[in-house]
Each structure stands twice: as C-alpha cells, then as structure tokens.
Write a protein that binds this ligand. Structure first.
Ligand code: F6R
Length: 608
C-alpha cells in the first residue's frame, strides 16, 4: 500500500504535491519522492524514510517552479525501503517517470524479457519494470497514451499509477486496476490521488476512476479512456461532503470501522503476487528458501497469537506438520528444547516490534532454528531479523485494536499451509485449487455482506449493552475466534469477556452462567457443529442467554441467531471474524468508548 498524487494547475506544483503526500503518509512511509517537468528532462527528488527527509532534500535545492508534478509515499512490497527503490522511477533515457501503488504480479517475466532486450535496472521494484516496459512499447507506439495502454494490457496485478512524460510537460496520465484512484477537479487545476484527503483542501469535486481506466489531466481538462481499446468514457463528477478528519477515515466514523471494511481489499492484496500465473495455486518464494519443517513453533502475542492458533489447524490438517503455538512472553522464558532436527519457528507480528515476540525470535536464533517472520510492517525489527519474512500486506493499521491485520495473517498462514501440503504431497492439486478458489471468492462475498453484518451487530450491541460479562465459545477452528471475539469486546468496551473452548465449559466455567451472563457461540455448520450445539443447550438449560453466529439451514435454539453465508471450513473463519469485530465495535461505540484508542493500550508494545 502506497500513496500517489499528481497535480496539474497554476501554482508551484511541488509544494501542493508535498502537502498532499503528508495526508497520504498513513498509506506508507518507508520512502517518498516527487517528479516534475524541468528545463531539460524530468526533475526528481527521492529520499528514504518519512516525508520530512524528502522535504529537507527539497529545501536544500533551488525552488522548483513547475506547475505540474507528481509524488509518492511508499509502503515497501518489492525491494527494501531504500532510496534506489523509492518512486518515481524513470526509464533509461529519463523521458518517462511513473509512481505506482500496487503489485505487478508478472513483473519477473516482464523483467526477464526487458533484461534480454538490454534494459538495466537500478531498483528491485516492479514499478521500474513497468516504466521500462512503457519505454520499450514507445519504440513502436510513440504516442504516450497508446504506449501506456499497450504496456498496461501486458501487466497483470493491482495498480494505480501516475505518469509524467518529458514531451508533455503540463500533462499527467494516471490509470487504475484494483487500487484506488480519484481525480479532483479544481478551477484551473486538476489532481489525481490514491485518496481524497490528498486534495481535499483545494477541491471537493471528484471523479472516481474505475478499474481498467486511464485518465489524462492538464490544468483545465480531463479525459478518461478504457485501457482495453482507448475508447472515451464519460463520467459526471460527484461532490464530497466530508471534512478533513472524516476524510482520512474515508467517511467512516472510526479507523477501526474503516479497517474492518478494508478486509476484502486486504484479502485481494494478500493474494496478489502470491498465486501462480493461472491464479489457482500458491506461489510463495519466501517459503522455498526454507526446507519443509518437520515441526513448527508459532510464537506471537494477542490477536496475532489467535491467528497462529487458527493457523495451527491448517498446518496440521493440510500440511501434516505438528505445531506448537505459544504466547511470546511465555515462550521466551520456557525451558524447552528448541533444537529439534528440521524444526522451524514462525513469529507473527503486525507491528514487527512487539518486544516479547522479538525476544522470542532472538531465542530461536540462539537455538539455531530457521526463523520465519510474518509481519505487516516492512523494515520493522522482526522483519529485519528473521531469516525469512512473509509480509502480510494489510497496509497501515491505525486503530489500536487489530482487525485487518489478523485477516492478513490468517490468509498468509493458509497459503503457507497449502504450499507446504503440496510440496509434501499430502494435498492434491484439486483440493488446493478448491481452497484457493474459496479465498479468491471471499472479497466480493465480504463486500456484499459487511454492511448487513454491521446492522445486525448494531442491533445485538444495543440489546446486550447492559451486560457486565460475556462468554465466547467455539470448537476446533472456531476456538481461536472465540478468544479473539472476547479480546475485542474487553479491550474496546471494557466488558469482561472470556473466550473458551466450548468443551471446557463443564469443567468449571459453566458455574458462572446465569441470565445476566450471556454466551456468544461461534457455531459454523462444520464437522463440530453437533458438539457445539450440545454445549449451547447446556448453557440454555442454566438460563444463560445465547447469541449464535451460524450458517443458514441449521437447527439451533438460541436467543439470537446471527446467520452468515456458509463457506467450507476452515476458511469460513475469514467470514466469521468481521462479525465478531463489528459486534465489539458497535458495543464500544454505543457505550461511548474511545474506539480507536482504548484506555491503557498502545498500538505497538515495544516494552516487556
Ligand atoms: C488486540 C491487539 C493486540 C496485538 C498484540 C500483538 O487488538 O492489537 O493484542 O495483536 O499486541 O501485536 P503485534 O501483532 O504487533 O505483535
């Protein structure tokens, strides 16, 4: 996830672009850069690190007077955070520059082809591949719009790009495919950007670009074309009513709500570049660097630990690898034999900075086992220190309570389990394809059901808002969800909640059940449904109220049924998780709590 902005107008463009980038910095801050039409060729400034580093660099240069420019703030996906990987990227003769948000999935094939044609690369990015491809296509198609369309038809993946060409100094081209891109229409000035806040101080009049479209802007005009055949597209502008603060949240009331609703995109992004050319089997080069482990330790904290508990089932069931899952603060002090022949350990952390997880990782190193980090933040300590890293690509998570990061971790674990299962020969390709198809269908299903889910969460939150305690019950794949549901409720609404493996209830906790102590049962229609149904009956027999999150067509006696579409287990968890998140969100909001920054918590726990 990165932020891009382009400006064509009447003011000095670089300060406008820098201001826009400041408001896009939440999308990434590993490096930043700007490009503008200069007296001869294209001027570029890039710097590693936060935007302030780029601002310092620009301040040391003679003022740039160009009235057209584009900029980028980066969240590294291909290539480490470094100046050579910062955008804009230029083609070899420096006649074309582009900034890019997204992933060009077939960049390796394209790069090989360009290398064979004599292109040299300055960076490890897929973006440089794209700008070189455009340069190559211009050899037969000198018109930049046509060359851009031809190149984009060859590129697979998700992208939003902005392009500046030396020969058309006041013009910008931008295009999108499964990544956001909006045009802002001002008076004598036009913008393109990844997000509305980038240009909101200057205009509220916008045109939303659709997938497969290119836009050409200058100071006074804009034209939209289809990438497929360059036919023109007519689109009426819309007017934005939000203020700046709301706009950073895309109009959502809280970052948490925005991040819950981002989960379909997170699944799409997590799959992009992680599937083979046919998009039906995983392709995880990061895993190929490791031998298939004979056993695994998964170590993490909080929500990331819950993702690990869920992942254990997949790694054991599909890849037949025995797995232990530990809380990092316990693991790091336990006297246990880590040095097992052919073992490996996975350290899951959204921030990559959690002190206990980092210490546990170092312990793994000391013991000499291969370590694999599952991190969201590129350049974080765990990402740097682990022997191998899989980035979960959820984009910056701003709300303190983790939501979309867990989905991205679960997705990565599912892809890992399928990869290892295929390599070991314990899963047939047919079954792997079925699971990948489920994952690929999930984003559109979630997009459809999330609004309705939120309405149901709101109804239930209001009904149960006076409760002081909650049980969350689940079995098998749903037990980690029960733990996560309880964690979300307590951290956001300060209501005491316990997550339990449903079969454990009668070993003590059931004594707490009374009409004021409700149970939230995660009861998907899977192999353990009948067992969970019995546990629900045991609760109801003791006058306990039950909310049951389940699937259509089941017979279940509960006070409140919450029906979500049936997806085969274990991936059904990816559709159940947002319901738990939304219930806690709505409860906290209804109770007037500080949803995005709950008391006593920090986003990144860098102390023990
Ligand atoms: C709960 C939450 C925490 C984190 C935990 C680990 O909503 O966010 O429980 O999951 O602090 O953080 P990371 O994943 O950054 O190591």
């Amino acid at each position: 996830m990165c932020g891009i902005i382009g400006y064509a107008g009447h003011r000095p463009a670089v300060p406008v672009v820098m201001e826009g980038l400041e408001r896009l910095e939440y999308r990434g801050y590993d490096s930043a850069g700007v490009a503008w039409p200069a007296a001869c060729g294209i001027g570029v400034a890039r710097a590693r690190g936060k935007l302030s580093a780029l601002a310092e660099k620009l301040a040391a240069m003679p003022p740039v007077l160009a009235t057209c420019a584009m900029g980028h703030t980066r969240w590294a996906t291909h290539g480490e955070p470094a100046e050579r990987n910062a955008h804009p990227h230029l083609c070899p003769d420096r006649s074309v520059a582009i900034v890019h948000n997204g992933i060009i999935e077939n960049y390796q094939e394209l790069r090989q082809d360009l290398l064979a044609r004599g292109y040299a690369f300055q960076s490890e990015t897929d973006t440089e591949v794209l700008v070189n491809l455009i340069a190559e296509r211009r050899k037969t198609e000198p018109d930049i719009l046509r060359a851009l369309a031809v190149a984009l038809r060859e590129a697979r993946g998700a992208y939003a790009i902005c392009l500046l060409c030396e020969e058309e100094p006041g013009v910008l081209y931008a295009a999108r495919q499964q990544a956001p891109l909006i045009c802002g229409i001002g008076v004598g000035e036009n913008f393109v950007a990844s997000d509305i806040p980038a240009f909101l101080p200057w205009t509220r009049k916008v045109v939303f670009l659709e997938d497969g479209e290119i836009i050409r802007i200058n100071a006074t005009s804009r034209e939209i074309f289809r990438i497929s055949d360059l036919s023109p597209v007519g689109r009426e502008p819309a007017s934005i009513q939000w203020d700046m603060q709301a706009a950073r949240k895309d109009g959502y009331r809280h970052f948490m709500l925005k991040e819950i609703f981002e989960q379909p995109r997170v699944i799409n992004d997590g799959l992009a570049g992680r599937l083979n050319a046919a998009h039906d089997l995983p392709a995880l080069p990061e895993l190929d660097a490791l031998p298939i482990p004979s056993r695994l330790d998964i170590v993490a904290c909080g929500t990331s630990w819950h993702a690990g508990l869920w992942g254990r089932h997949l790694l054991e069931n599909w890849a037949q690898i025995p797995v232990s899952v530990d809380i990092a603060s316990e693991f790091r002090y336990r006297e246990r034999l880590l040095l097992e022949k052919d073992g490996a350990a996975i350290f899951i952390s959204q921030s990559g900075e959690t002190a206990d997880t980092l210490a546990a990782l170092r312990r793994g190193h000391d013991a000499g086992i291969p370590t694999l980090g599952l991190c969201n933040v590129v350049g974080s300590s765990i990402a740097r220190e682990a022997r191998s890293v899989i980035f979960t690509q959820a984009g910056p998570e701003i709300s303190v309570a983790s939501t979309k990061a867990m989905t991205s971790q679960m997705l990565a674990l599912a892809l890992m389990a399928i990869s290892w299962a295929l390599r070991k020969g314990c899963m047939e390709q047919r079954e792997a394809r079925e699971q990948i198809a489920i994952l690929r269908d999930l984003p559109s299903l979630l997009d459809d059901i999330l609004p309705e889910m939120r309405v149901r969460a709101q109804e239930l939150a209001v009904k149960y808002a006076t409760c002081k305690n909650f049980f969350y019950l689940g079995r098998g794949f749903s037990w980690p969800l029960a733990l996560e549901g309880a964690l979300k409720l307590k951290e956001l609404s300060y209501i005491h909640a316990e997550g339990y493996a449903a079969g454990e209830m009668k070993h003590g906790p059931i004594a707490l059940i009374d009409p004021a102590f409700p149970t939230f049962a995660i009861a998907p229609d899977d192999a353990l449904f009948a067992k969970l149904k019995s546990n629900i009956m045991e609760v109801r027999a003791r006058n306990g109220k039950v909310i049951a999150l389940t699937n259509p067509g089941v017979e279940l006696d509960a006070d409140d049924l919450w029906i979500v579409p049936k997806i085969p287990a274990p991936l059904s968890a990816l559709a159940a998780l947002p319901a738990l998140q939304l219930f806690s969100y709505q409860m906290a909001d209804y109770l007037g709590k500080d949803v995005d920054q709950p008391r006593n918590l920090a986003k990144s726990v860098t102390v023990e």
